[in-house]
Design a protein around this ligand. Structure first.
Ligand code: HEC
Length: 204
């Protein structure tokens, strides 16, 4: 009995020392969001993602029928709210998406496409705690409609065309300097003044 207690105490102490060693090691190099998340952090993110999905949505199918306006609506919505992290093509190759922790995933891949419609919907509406994924739903029918349209769009991501991406690029939020440049260019093309030189570059 006594030996058992000593063994358990020794194991607990060993785990504590190892955990401390890991944390001290990581803080020495700077606890950064560069590089890939550890196994444990990925597990926690997965757990949080699972918890974002209420039981009744786990196996739900998209109740919104596909119509000609669904994908154009969702493309505009995605370009405006989601592309800053996920990229217009959903691959997450953006300065923000690549440096989040965990990173914004490549949603064209099986890992995302194998989620059910209900899971995708719940993740969009509720967000994923302890990750960079915000919750977008406000419980209204309008937000639900927008999120089900986005589920159709996420299913379409692996087949997104060059033309669709170009259309989304025009809808992405732009800083005022970029708008001014576009307007000057358009004025120039329609016979107005030549465009001014591009605004000073930003390092980030
Ligand atoms: C601020 C950055 C950010 C924005 C903006 C954002 N997301 Fe995310 N999203 C993330 C991150 C990070 C994850 C990964 C979370 C994780 O590891 O569980 C994620 C995960 C997801 C997932 C789950 C994919 C998977 O395989 O786990 C879906 C679906 C999703 N986002 C859709 C959207 C939609 C739709 C929008 C816009 C309405 C959006 N996101 C806006 C950062 C963002």
């Amino acid at each position: 009995m006594k030996r058992g207690v000593i063994v358990v105490a020794a194991i607990v102490a060993l785990i504590a020392v190892l955990a401390l060693w890991m944390v001290v090691g990581m803080t020495r190099t700077g606890f950064s969001t560069h590089g890939d998340a550890t196994m444990m952090e990925k597990r926690i993110a997965r757990m949080m993602r699972g918890m974002a999905v209420p039981a009744e949505l786990k196996n739900a199918r998209n109740p919104m029928p596909m119509s000609p306006m669904v994908l154009p609506n969702a493309r505009a919505h995605f370009a405006d709210h989601c592309a800053v992290c996920h990229g217009n093509d959903g691959k997450g190759n953006t300065p923000i998406g690549e440096n989040l922790f965990p990173k914004a995933p490549d949603m064209t891949l099986e890992a995302t496409q194998s989620l059910t419609d209900g899971e995708l919907f719940a993740i969009i509406e509720n967000g994923v705690r302890l990750t960079g994924m915000p919750g977008w739903g406000d419980g209204t029918a309008a937000s639900g409609k927008g999120s089900w349209e986005l589920v159709h769009f996420i299913r379409h991501l692996p087949n997104l065309t060059r033309e669709e991406i170009e259309e989304m690029e025009r809808l992405n939020p732009k800083p005022p300097a970029e708008w001014a440049r576009i307007q000057a260019e358009e004025a120039f093309l329609s016979g107005g003044d030549p465009p001014p030189p591009p605004a000073g570059g930003h390092q980030h």
